[in-house]
Write a protein that binds this ligand. Structure first.
Ligand code: 4NP
Length: 148
């Protein structure tokens, strides 16, 4: 099973989602990665505030580097989780067929199916935004990890 987490920059939300799901699936044969729909931060470390909030919970995400989502990710992954509606629209816009589209969902639909809730972009906010993002992702990844 291969799971891809996707946000806009691949420096705030999806690196956290990747780190949290890896942490919860350590004993299982699950491959987890993350990507951004934009090219803004390719090659960069996760945002310092994401690294810090992950560290607080014993999760090290400092080995991650940002990369951009591309169409081959539909072949490489079984499940693709988008953080918000903008990300999912970008992903779907390059899907080639229904099989590609079937792999994609909003991550918070795992908590409330068909709610279409978003993980808010914490980039321009204060540190509290990162705690909220962590809590939401932690709950969603708990459910995902139990299912896998
Ligand atoms: P992310 O957050 O999509 O969770 O990585 C953002 C990071 C950077 C920007 C926007 C969102 N940016 O505009 O540079």
């Amino acid at each position: 099973m291969k799971v891809l987490m996707v946000c806009l920059g691949n420096i705030c939300r999806s690196p956290l989602a990747e780190g949290i799901l890896k942490h919860k699936t350590k004993k299982k044969k699950i491959y987890v990665d993350s990507a951004g729909t934009s090219s803004y931060h390719i090659g960069k470390l996760p945002d310092r505030r994401s690294i810090e909030i992950a560290n607080k919970y014993g999760i090290d995400i400092s080995d991650q580097r940002a990369r951009q989502f591309s169409v081959v990710d539909f072949d490489r992954f079984d499940k693709i989780y988008a953080m918000d509606i903008h990300n999912i629209n970008s992903i779907i816009s390059i899907a080639r067929n229904q099989s590609d589209r079937n792999k994609v969902d909003l991550i918070l639909n795992e908590i409330n199916p068909n709610s279409f809730d978003n993980i808010p972009d914490p980039y321009y906010g204060d540190g509290d935004g990162f705690q909220k993002v962590f809590n939401m992702l932690n709950e969603a990844c708990d459910l995902i990890a139990k299912k896998l």
